[in-house]
Write a protein that binds this ligand. Structure first.
Ligand SMILES: [Zn+2]
Ligand SMILES: [Zn+2]
Length: 132
């Protein structure tokens, strides 16, 4: 996939003992991590080293756009950034059958339809098949 990114947005800070890397959330631009000094044979290698050893753990990868984002910008319900999938509020009534929902989950207890993220049903099937 062409849009897959190797790392989050970053900035290099040159230093005597090696370059340090700052990694930023791909959505909010918040600084998530500043690495210790790194040295690699090539800039690409060095960046990947900094990313794998220190940067990566601070980020979530959006399964839709491939951006690396902070926890605050990540919708864990659908494993996508909030730019691709903004959080949806709990439903009070089912949009399909009108059932009142006292204990709203993701699926209507009466008709079985998804109450949230209706366009993303394959996210929840739980058997590993995906159309995306
Ligand atoms: Zn996204
Ligand atoms: Zn329903």
């Amino acid at each position: 996939m062409g849009r897959k990114r190797a790392t989050a947005d970053f900035q290099v800070i040159a230093g005597a003992e090696g370059n340090r890397y700052r990694f930023y959330c791909g959505l909010s631009g918040a600084l998530m991590c500043t690495t210790g000094p790194c040295r690699g044979d090539t800039p690409e290698e060095e960046l990947l080293l900094a990313w794998e050893t220190e940067g990566r753990q601070h980020f979530n990868e959006c399964r839709s756009c491939g951006r690396y984002v902070s926890n605050a910008m990540y919708n864990v319900e659908v494993w996508e950034c909030v730019g691709c999938a903004p959080y949806e509020a709990e439903a009070k009534f089912c949009k399909s059958c009108g059932a009142k929902l006292d204990d709203p989950g993701r699926i209507c207890p009466r008709c079985g339809r998804l109450l949230k993220y209706p366009g993303r049903e394959n996210v929840y099937d739980g058997c590993g098949k995906s159309e995306i």
